[in-house]
Design a protein. Structure first.
Length: 313
């Protein structure tokens, strides 16, 4: 099956009250772990790359990894998505390279400027049958080139939603309701919570329109413990509980982004492998195989526990 855009898969997710997992990757092992899990569970998947991942791996290597995924797993829908594109130019480059979906993040601009930029990307993307994700509201946190201070973040205003979607023509929309990028998503001892009142209002204003949650990693505390035990320093790490994400998927959230959880799984498995299990091993195939298996297990868990894998294709 060739790559698809996200239009049909997100529409089906909305109607089925589940979400499609959007998993970031930048290496072969990450890709293999994600695809093996989705293949076994027959789950559609959005493969995401960020601007920094493109800088790290280059278009050719990333595209060939995705090509291998479509060959090895031809029976599930796979979309290739640009995560947090910050300019028309990078979105155009990705579209021209063969991406089937792009995100244009104009959330650091004024409202009118965000509309103008997003509209320009939508016009070009739709001429190539590529879907576009926009962003309204600004999500706090630091991750993979995205840096937003707490004082610069703000919730999505439901009153702007209909106007923004109508004027830009976006196919899906990332919103800010309390999630954040990185592994320290909430203040120490603060009870994690999201603004479901905002999400509910958005669903009322734009029924059947797909909403996206960024900054949605749950930050497995066992991974954090292992990392810190074997030399890491990740204090006060806390993520979005899975029961909260499940509630979001029962509403209008059709796409959930997962990046930090993958990084934690990889780092924990490699640190333990080298520091405890096989301290004399210097063959990367040893610890990268363990990392790949940890991604497979993580993605399998996410699909079953959060994304509702009973809604198979």
């Amino acid at each position: 099956m060739p790559l698809v855009n996200t239009k049909k898969m997100l529409k089906e997710a909305y109607r089925g009250r589940y979400a499609v997992g959007a998993f970031n990757f930048s290496s072969m092992e990450t890709m293999q772990g994600i695809i093996e899990a989705c293949s076994k569970l027959r789950s559609p998947v959005i493969l995401q790359v960020s601007k920094s991942a493109i800088k790290y791996s280059g278009y050719t290597y990333l595209l060939k990894l995705v090509e291998a995924a479509t060959i090895n797993c031809p029976y599930i829908p796979i979309a290739l998505h640009l995560d947090h594109g910050d300019s028309f130019e990078i979105c155009k480059n990705c579209i021209d390279q063969g991406f089937t979906s792009v995100m244009i993040d104009g959330s650091d601009l004024g409202y009118k400027e965000n509309i103008a930029l997003t509209k320009s990307v939508v016009k070009y993307a739709h001429s190539k049958e590529v879907t576009v994700e926009g962003e309204l509201g600004r999500i706090f946190g630091i991750e993979d080139g995205v840096k937003v201070k707490k004082e610069d973040s703000f919730y999505t205003n439901p009153e702007e939603i209909e106007d923004f979607v109508k004027k830009t023509g976006v196919d899906s929309l990332a919103i800010a309701i309390g999630t954040s990028h990185g592994v320290c998503k909430f203040a120490n001892k603060q009870k994690p919570k999201l603004r479901f009142d905002i999400l509910e209002e958005i669903g009322r204003i734009l029924p059947e329109f797909p909403i996206v949650l960024h900054g949605s990693s749950s930050v497995n505390q066992e991974f954090v413990r292992i990392i810190n035990k074997y030399g890491g320093k990740i204090p006060n790490a806390v993520g979005v509980p899975e029961y909260i994400l499940r509630k979001a998927t029962s509403m209008s959230v059709c796409k959930i982004n997962i990046d930090s959880d993958i990084r934690l799984a990889v780092t924990a498995s490699i640190r333990r492998y080298l520091a405890h299990d096989h301290p004399a091993d210097f063959d990367p195939r040893g610890y990268m195989s363990v990392a790949r298996e940890s991604i497979l297990n993580l993605v399998t868990h996410k699909i079953k526990a959060v994304l509702r894998s009973e809604n198979k294709i």
